[in-house]
Write a protein that binds this ligand. Structure first.
Ligand code: CP3
Length: 350
């Protein structure tokens, strides 16, 4: 297969935005667009039995990825998987307690870090994910871009250290404080594995990569530099060396003022914005460096009404001076009304 990324101007709208192009109507997709707010997702998930079986059954994972594309015609599809699968592939047990979220075996010291499987060993567990990508690259409409993804090392580490989601990422901060070098070894191991994982997604057909650092906002100062910025920059440099021209979106959620210059410092083509920053501020301070993605607050898709339309149009307007991909500031929630997504799209596309 020849790689045309560098020689031809991209035609898919998302790829054009990632190339820095301003478009009169911004391309749009939603975080968690395949999810529990959709009755067809709930039906396929019931068929799979549980969430992890859904992730590891390529035909069903591809099916739920395609569902929101069929229903709404989004400009991009995001691979259906989870950021915690990589921890499992490194040998840390993972399960989802029904109605409670993820649980993992804990990694709390250097010995546990040393016992993790090396980066090259992850494909054994993750090969079904690559198969999902291959199915999707055959079945998606030609105008729809396929986004592959991984969690950033810090965010994945917060779950591996605590064994679950935590409100303040306390256990990961404690490990970092107790043994900074040991914690850095965990981040390095995750960084190496993430490069292999994402590179295989690209080999299988992913056209864009997104790196989710959902808990970046709890890192401050030198911690932000060492554990959010640097690992992301390392992953991006390695991926771009292997796959020249590959567009990459970074999501350092709740980074606040650290959003400023993040794209330049990491080499990301686009920074995804959460909804704690105003679109007007982000246009002035972040979009000046290139494409941005975001940032409608997910609750508008629960409530709908005039506020949904007003906020959607305000965001489109605020980012209309440069490259923009419309999205939410975080994932759509299970309580969202699927009809409100149509209203949002109408407000964007007219
Ligand atoms: O966006 C998409 O549609 C693609 C698939 C995707 C999922 N999770 C599916 C999922 C992606 C990109 C993720 C990323 C993810 N997973 C993140 C980063 C983004 C974010 O939300 O901040 C994180 C932190 C996780 C870890 C995770 N997975 C948690 C904490 C939970 C439980 C909370 C919840 O929303 O239920 C999950 C489960 C999960 N991952 C679901 C889905 C659709 C719900 C599972 C179900 O069907 O019961």
């Amino acid at each position: 297969m020849t790689d045309t990324r560098q020689t031809e101007a991209p035609t898919k709208t998302i790829l054009r935005a990632l190339n820095g192009e301003r478009q009169a109507v911004p391309p749009v997709w939603m975080m968690r667009q395949a999810g529990r707010y959709l009755p067809e997702y709930r039906a396929t998930r019931a068929q799979a039995g549980d969430f992890l079986s859904l992730c590891y059954t390529p035909e069903l994972a591809a099916e739920v990825t395609l569902q929101p594309i069929r229903r709404y015609g989004f400009d991009a599809a995001i691979l259906f998987a989870d950021i915690l699968l990589i921890g499992q592939a490194m040998g840390t047990k993972l399960w989802f307690a029904e109605g409670e979220g993820p649980r993992m075996e804990t990694v709390t010291d250097r010995e546990a870090v040393a016992a993790l499987k090396p980066a090259e060993a992850i494909h054994e567990t993750l090969s079904p994910i690559y198969e999902t990508v291959r199915i999707l690259s055959r079945e998606l409409p030609r105008e729809t871009a396929l986004i592959g993804f991984a969690g950033a090392p810090w965010t994945v580490a917060t779950y591996m250290v605590a064994g679950r989601g935590t409100p303040d990422q306390g256990p990961a901060h404690a490990f970092k404080q107790r043994d900074r070098e040991g914690f850095a070894q965990l981040i390095d191991r995750l960084t190496a594995a993430t490069i292999e994982y994402l590179s295989e997604q690209v080999n299988a057909g992913a056209e864009v990569i997104k790196i989710f650092d959902s808990w970046a906002g709890s890192l401050k100062g030198a911690d932000f530099d060492d554990f959010a910025l640097k690992p992301t920059a390392t992953i991006i440099a390695a991926l771009k060396a292997r796959h020249p021209g590959l567009p990459i979106i970074a999501f350092p959620r709740e980074a606040g003022d650290r959003y400023v210059g993040f794209a330049r410092a990491t080499g990301a083509d686009c920074v995804a914005l959460d909804n704690s920053v105003s679109a007007e501020w982000a246009a002035a301070h972040v979009q000046i460096d290139g494409c941005v993605q975001g940032n409608l607050a997910p609750h508008h898709l629960v409530e709908g009404g005039a506020a949904l339309v007003r906020e959607t149009k305000r965001i489109v307007q605020a980012f209309s001076g440069g490259a923009h991909i419309f999205n939410l500031g975080h994932g759509i929630t299970p309580q969202a009304d699927p009809e409100n997504v149509h209203r949002m799209l109408e407000a964007i596309r007219g």
